[in-house]
Structure formats: C-alpha cells, structure tokens
Design a protein around this ligand. Structure first.
Ligand code: GLC
Ligand code: GLC
Length: 724
C-alpha cells in the first residue's frame, strides 16, 4: 500500500495521507541554516550544529511521536472552530491533505470547512532563515472571519542542556517584540552574540512569547487556549519556555486569498555592537532589519524559491541517467543524489533517528559520504576533506567524530577505530578522479587542529597508510582497535557493566583482534595512493606502496579465507569471527563485498566463491543481510553486535549501507544482472508499493530493514517499523 506518489517532473514526493506509518521527513537548508520537517510540519531548526545552536525545541520520544514543529492554526471566528492545515497538531478530518516534499522545500496544505490553507517552507539560498509562506483561501460561497496563529517553541541553544538543565533553563528565557517581530535573545546579555527571530509580514492582533500563556495550563499543542479563545496576552515574561506566536485576524470574501509570510531566522551581531543604544540590553537590530524587511516581501520570496529550484536543477544535472528502469532513473537522477547532499550537510548527526545531541560528524562517515556528492559540489568536498584531515592525529589515526561548529575532534569518543584513516585516502582519491585538482595534495593541513603541526595533505595520506602498518596483529592483518566499519563489532571491549559504551570502553589491550575488513580497505586505499604517486611521477613511492597493497591482498587470501567465503575477523583470543566453524555469525557481508572491491581473490577465484555464498546464505527478497546466523545471545568477546535482538541492526538485519559493496563486487566479476537484482531489492522507489510494510519514506534509503523472516525465533510485531 502507498501513502502518496512520486511526481518526477517536479521532483517531489507527494504524500496524500497524513498518518504515514512513521513521520516522513524532509530537510530544509543547504549551507548553515538547517531544518528537519515532517509531512505534518513537525521538526526543528538549527544553525550549523544541531546540538550547540538549536533554534527550536523538539522532543524525541514524544507521544504521539512527532509533536512540535512549525505549526499554523486557522480559526473560524463565526463559530470558534480551529484546525491546522498541516493536520498536526489538531488532527482534524481535513480534506485534500497533501504534502509535497521537494528538494530543499516542503509544501503542506489541506481544506477544512471551505477554507484552504497551504504553507510552503524553505530556506532561501545564502540566508540564515526559513520562510513559511502561508496562503489562506476562502473556497466557500460566503464571507469568512478568520484568525491565524503561527507557533514555534524556542530551544535555549544547547539542545542537550535544554532538555536536561531545568534548574538553569527555566530561568533564562528572554525575548523582545518589535512590531511583528519576536526576538528570542536568551543568553544574549552574556556571552552570545546571536539571537533568533520570528517575523510576520502582517500587523498583529496580538502575540505570545510564553508557552504556558499560549497553551494554558495542562494543555498541549492540539488545543492552545489562545487559539480556542482568540485572545493573546501579549506576554513578555522572562524565564519559562519562550515561544513565538503571531496572532492575526482577517476576513476573506468568497474566492479571496490571503498570503502571509513568516520568517524564522538566526542572526549574529559583531561582539562590540550587540546592543543599541550602546550600554543598553536591547538587541542592536540595524544589521538584521534589512534582511527581515527584504524577505517579508512576496516577490523576493518567489524569486528566492525559483533560485532554490534552479540550484537543484544545476546540482543534479551533473549526473543524469536514462535507463529502461523508472526506479533506477528516479533514484539516481533525483533522490539518491538528494539524500547524499543531505548526508553531506548533516553527516547523520540530525534526523528522526539521531537526536543531533548524541554525536558529531563521523570521520569515516563523512569521508565515505563524500563519494556520493563530490560531483555536485567539488569545492565544498575539497573543504570537507581539509577539515577532516585537520582532525587526523599525528600518528595517522583519527578522531572518530568531530563537531561541525568547532571543527574539533570529539574527545569523548576519541580515536582507535582503526578503519578510519583508510577512508581519508579513499575520499581524496575520489575527489582527485572527479576534479583533477592535484593542488589539493600540496595544501598545508595541521594534525588535531594544532598550529605548527602542518604538513602537506599528501603526507596525511601516507600517515593513514602507515597507521595500519604500525598496527598489525598476529596474522599480519590490521588490528581492529575499537571497531572497524561495523561500530558494533567490538572485539576489545569485553563489557559486563550495564551502561558502559561499547565504542569507548576498552578492557583488552587490543593487540590481538584483527579485521579482514580493514585489510580490504587498506588494500584499496594503498592501491589508490600508489596510483596518486604514479601520477605525481614518484616511481619509487608508487612501487613501494603498490607492494604494500599486494602484500596485504596476499595476507588476506592466506589468513582471511575461510574456504567458502572471507572471514570477518579474529577475536581477542585469536579465534575466527565469521567462519563456518563458528556456532553463530558464520558469514558476514562486509568482507565478501569489500575484498573483491580491493581486487582480493578476483583473479584467484575466491571472490566468485564468496559472492555465491552471499547469494546462498545472506540474500533475501528485502536485501542482503549483514550476517547469518544471527547471534541469539550476548557474547562478551563480540560486543554490541550481539546486544541487538536477532535480525535487528548490526545483528543480521539488511544493513543497506553494505549492500552496494556486494553489487559493486558482482559488477567487477561481470555479474551485472545479479547486481541489478540486488539493487532493486533495496531500491526505495521499488519498495514504495509496500510502504505499509516498509514504514520508511519511499524516497530514502533506510539504514536497515528487518522483517519477521529475518528475526527468526524472535518475531517482530508486524505493525512495528521495518525500515529505520
Ligand atoms: C552507522 C554509523 C557508521 C557505521 C555503521 C555500521 O551507520 O554511522 O559509522 O559504519 O553504523 O555500524
Ligand atoms: C550504535 C548504532 C550503530 C552506530 C554506532 C555509532 O552502536 O547501533 O549503528 O554505528 O552507535 O554511532
């Protein structure tokens, strides 16, 4: 069953039923200002960093799940009936509901009792603000007296603190209101030079800046007291929970339309010009007023929207295919590229499954993601590479994550995810192939952002390779450290204490457990670096590094082959993981894809055998599973992977990320049809017809897919999400 349809011409997914199995979301913003928006206008906004500069509040784990966002209420003043054109939060039986998720914008609208309301949300290019472009139309035959309320709940900047430190944050909220603009200036009096604002193009009947004044005691977003009574208190109280609510009243003749523009924005002032008049505590608005004035004009908004559409046409036109399969065309030409750009911007730090406070941007993730967008934004890819390389450690290792706002490595998570450095070589190689910008290799880049440690980027790549060579185990394979690509295969953790982090707890010295996945990644990376050396005409370096790759490939075939497929690893005791000799977890997907990609066993025949084993043991109609048989209990020597119930996440779900490795390997071996078959099994557009089963957005690759069949003796409730 479907909940909407693809509009390929407009590059939109059109949702026609608001109660999708999960909130189906989209992203606003491409540069510094970002928002998540669901098909019923839920979500939140932030500037650059979802944790440290959160503009609006959002409650994960809420019930209903997606409550809180960018809400508009319309009210019929003849009878007091009010509703939301985006369905949430009032959930009336609206007609003609539609949500058009487009590239960088979302339009949501509906009709209720003869009043059509539609809101277009987007972030104009180059601006730190989002537009809510509301149109209200009287489609009935009689004149109507209406009120409209807009509503956001501000976050007190640090989203982590905002949801935990109530002792402080119930006492710091501050706002200013000037005409139709509500300024959120919490902490502006002290160390911040930034504030948020919520502006409206119309004169106001009133406003609210306090959540409880707007909602009334013991009420939620579905029935705010101000909306019910059509009265605003014009509250300006300090502390509490600041909100921005504009209250408008207007009448519409039959057929008449009214357009109202709201702007939710972020702005910074120079530190020495924060206040006006100087010495006061009033925000200096000279720098922001021209921006607000400009973007409240409908003609400016229309132009900005056209620019946004055009920007996407330009981005996507770099790679367009025309294949006989509509699912291929749709995903490659539109949605896959779009998802890659979103991933580039947010690097998995903020979604409905990542709260934006839990992690920074992954080193491995960001390097890998670069492969998906380098052709669209090569300049930004260049900068990303330099930012990532600047967090590398002097020994060639890498911080596993970094904070986008500070661009500093995240000490809490630290390093020693031993695959991390290999990905930097792979991303730089992809960048060079796309751009031929060989100059990047000469850029001076520091280590750990420490001034004085700079070397050229090429030296960073050498150190990546050297890092693996300095960390080899008893079989000559790379030591795994805390984990490799699979964050949950934790061979040195040995955690028996609840609450310990599997990724950062280390109870073994890490000198034994080895990873075949890193061996494959190293081989791939060394081959790429050798090619780079060849291009630079550094023949000795080419020979030296090529030899390293060949040696690692040979070691992998010798020590990493199980007979019918590639082994996954050796654990802390030197016992194989992912071997037919194991009781559970006999075969893992990762090395079966990555080894052939690295050229390991392609000539010799092992690659072919391994891929046949994948087809036999791991392939399902919903994609290729991560491992088989799943772990039915917790294994101290394996870590987090065995904490997930069988069939979930790294414990044997279809972890979509790994599937393309097998497809690429099949292509390398000349098995195009099999690769295509695998591709279509996880292609979101192809899965659209089973949306009620798949649960996730049909325009997005899910992280993982699980099902009754995959969960074996641990059946999942069929109503429970399958794609996550
Ligand atoms: C998540 C992580 C990624 C990891 C994968 C498998 O997607 O972001 O870094 O490789 O899980 O554990
Ligand atoms: C959790 C997730 C895994 C992710 C890891 C690091 O273990 O299950 O997918 O890779 O955290 O973020």
């Amino acid at each position: 069953m479907r909940y909407g349809y693809f509009d390929d011409v407009n590059r939109e997914y059109v949702i026609t039923q608001p109660d999708t199995p999960l909130p189906w979301i989209n992203y606003l913003g491409m540069e510094q200002y970002f928002g998540l928006i669901s098909n019923t206008a839920g979500g939140y906004s932030f500037y650059q960093d979802a944790r440290l500069r959160r503009i609006t509040r959002y409650r994960y784990n809420n019930v209903p799940q997606d409550m809180g966002g960018r809400y508009i209420y319309l009210r019929d003043n003849s009878n007091g009936v009010f509703w939301s054109p985006t369905w949430m939060p009032t959930r009336h039986a609206i007609e003609d509901y539609h949500c058009r998720h487009g590239l960088g914008y979302t339009v949501i609208g509906s009709t209720y009792q003869g009043i059509r309301g539609e809101v277009r949300y987007f972030v104009p290019s180059g601006q730190n603000l989002e537009v809510w472009d509301l149109t209200v139309e009287n489609t009935s035959a009689k004149p109507r007296e209406l009120s409209a309320f807009s509503c956001v709940e501000f976050c007190l900047w640090d989203a982590q603190d905002d949801s935990t430190n109530f002792q402080r944050n119930l006492n710091i909220g501050e706002v200013e209101v000037v005409d139709s603009v509500i300024f959120h200036k919490t902490e502006y009096r002290e160390r911040r030079n930034h504030f948020a604002y919520f502006a409206c193009s119309e004169p106001l009947a009133g406003f609210e800046t306090q959540r409880e004044a707007f909602l009334g005691p013991y009420r939620g977003w579905e029935n705010p007291q101000s909306v019910e009574t059509d009265r605003s208190s014009n509250s300006l109280r300090v502390g509490g929970s600041p909100v921005g609510v504009h209250h408008l009243r207007f009448s519409l003749a039959p057929g008449e339309k009214k357009r109202v523009i709201f702007l939710l924005g972020y702005h910074e002032n120079p530190m020495d010009a924060k206040f006006s008049p100087p010495g006061s505590q009033t925000i200096n608005k000279d720098t922001v007023t021209p921006i607000i004035t400009k973007y409240l004009k409908p003609e400016v908004i229309d132009e900005a929207f056209k620019d946004l559409k055009k920007a996407w046409v330009d981005l996507l036109k770099v790679l367009q295919v025309d294949s006989p399969d509509e699912h291929v065309n749709r995903m490659v030409n539109i949605w896959n590229a779009y998802q890659c750009m979103v991933t580039f911007n947010l690097s998995r730090s903020a979604s409905y499954f990542e709260s934006g406070v839990g992690r920074g941007m992954g080193f491995r993730d960001s390097n890998q993601d670069l492969l998906g967008f380098v052709q669209m934004v090569p300049d930004r890819a260049r900068q990303r590479i330099l930012d990532l390389a600047a967090t590398q450690l002097e020994n060639g290792g890498a911080y596993h994550q970094y904070q986008p706002l500070t661009k500093r490595g995240n000490d809490a998570v630290g390093s020693s995810f031993n695959d991390d450095p290999t990905w930097l070589v792979l991303s730089v190689a992809a960048y060079l192939k796309e751009t031929a910008d060989w100059e990047i290799l000469k850029e001076q880049v520091p280590y750990e952002n420490k001034p004085g440690t700079e070397t050229v980027l090429l030296e960073h790549l050498e150190r990546c390779i050297q890092y693996t060579l300095n960390n080899l185990g008893p079989h000559g394979l790379p030591l795994i450290g805390r984990a490799d690509w699979n964050d949950c295969l934790n061979l040195n953790t040995f955690s028996d204490q609840p609450g310990e982090s599997f990724q950062t707890t280390t109870n073994q010295d890490g000198k034994v457990a080895e990873s075949v996945v890193i061996a494959a990644l190293f081989t791939m990376a060394a081959r790429e670096l050798a090619q780079i050396m060849a291009h630079l005409q550094r023949v000795d370096d080419y020979e030296r590094i090529k030899k390293l790759a060949d040696e690692m490939a040979a070691t992998t075939l010798r020590q990493g082959w199980d007979g019918d497929w590639f082994l996954r690893a050796y654990d802390h005791f030197g016992s194989p993981v992912g071997s037919s000799s194991c009781a559970e977890g006999k075969i893992f997907i990762e090395p079966q894809g990555l080894c052939p990609m690295a050229g390991i066993g392609v000539e010799e025949g092992q690659a072919k055998t391994a891929l046949a084993a994948v087809e036999q043991h791991l392939a399902t109609e919903h994609g290729i599973r991560l491992l088989e048989p799943t772990y039915s209990r917790y294994y101290l020597n394996l870590g987090e992977i065995s904490t997930y119930p069988p069939g979930y996440k790294e414990n044997g779900s279809v972890f979509c990320h790994t599937n393309p490795w097998v497809m690429i390997a099949e292509v390398i071996l000349g098995h195009g049809d099999r690769a295509m078959d695998y591709y279509l099994r996880i292609n979101p557009s192809k899965r659209e017809v089973i949306s009620d089963l798949h649960h996730c957005e049909p325009y997005v690759y899910a992280q993982m897919i699980t099902s009754l069949e995959l969960c074996g003796d641990h059946p999942v409730d069929p109503r429970y999400p399958t794609g996550l």
